[in-house]
Design a protein. Structure first.
Lengths: 111, 110
C-alpha cells in the first residue's frame, strides 16, 4: 500500500464549478499535510498546508483534513482554466524531515 | 531573484556517462533535498542534507552521490548513467514546514 494515495485522474471540471481533489494516507503518525500545484514542465509550488482537523480556507481554495479517516481534500471554487495542473498531496510524519508525496491528480478545467 | 536554482536545465547524455547537477539556494535554509520525478509524475525523495550533513538517504543506487560543500549548495553526481535514470530531478530547500523547489533538471539518457 502506498503511503499517500491520490486518484491520478484526469479529472475534468467545467469552468466555474467546484473541483474536488482527494488524498488518503496510511501512516497515522502523519501530522502535516500539503497541497502542491504543478503546471506542466514546471516545479511544484505550495498552495495550501493543513495541520488540524477541519477546514482551512485561502481564497478560492479550501483544504479539509479528517485524521480519523486519514483523508485530506482540496476544494477549488469557481474553477478557472488557469487551475488546470497536476495537484500533489504530501504528508509529513511528526519529527520526520521528509515529505511523502502522492502520485498527483491531473486536473483539467474546461472553458 | 531566484530562490532555488539548478544547473543545467536540460541534460542529454549517453548511457554509461557520468554527470553532475548543481543546486543553490539563497533563502538561508538549513535543509536541502534531491527528488526524482518519473514520467508518471511520481515525486520521490532521494537525499536530504541539513547544514551540510546527510540526514536522509533513501534506497537509491550508490551510483548517485550527493555532495554539500556548504549549506547553500547541494550537488548530485551520477555515475554510469542508465536508461532508467531518465527523469526530472528537483532540488528543494525547506524552511520549517514549507519546501521550495528549484526549476528542475530534465535528464535524458540515450
Amino acid at each position: 500500500q502506498k503511503e499517500v494515495e491520490q486518484n491520478s485522474g484526469p479529472l475534468s471540471v467545467p469552468e466555474g464549478a467546484i473541483a474536488s481533489l482527494n488524498c488518503t494516507y496510511s501512516d497515522r503518525g502523519s501530522q502535516s499535510f500539503f497541497w502542491y500545484r504543478q503546471y506542466s514542465g514546471k516545479s511544484p509550488e505550495l498552495i495550501m498546508s493543513i495541520y488540524s482537523n477541519g477546514d482551512k480556507e485561502d481564497g478560492r481554495f479550501t483544504a479539509q483534513l479528517n485524521k480519523a479517516s486519514q483523508y485530506v481534500s482540496l476544494l477549488i471554487r469557481d474553477s478557472q482554466p488557469s487551475d488546470s495542473a497536476t495537484y500533489l498531496c504530501a504528508a509529513r510524519i511528526q519529527g520526520a524531515q521528509k515529505l511523502v508525496f502522492g502520485q498527483g491528480t491531473r486536473l483539467t478545467i474546461n472553458p | 531573484d531566484t530562490a532555488v536554482s539548478q544547473t543545467p536545465k536540460y541534460l542529454v547524455t549517453q548511457m554509461g556517462n557520468d554527470k553532475s547537477i548543481k543546486c543553490e539556494q539563497n533563502l538561508g535554509h538549513d535543509t536541502m533535498y534531491w527528488y526524482k520525478q518519473d514520467s508518471k509524475k511520481f515525486l520521490k525523495i532521494m537525499f536530504s542534507y541539513n547544514n551540510k550533513e546527510l540526514i536522509i538517504n533513501e534506497t537509491v543506487p550508490n551510483r548517485f552521490s550527493p555532495k554539500s560543500p556548504d549549506k547553500a549548495h547541494l550537488n548530485l553526481h551520477i555515475n554510469s548513467l542508465e536508461l532508467g535514470d531518465s527523469a526530472v530531478y528537483f532540488c528543494a530547500s525547506r524552511n520549517q514546514e514549507t519546501q521550495y523547489f528549484g526549476p528542475g533538471t530534465r535528464l535524458l539518457v540515450l
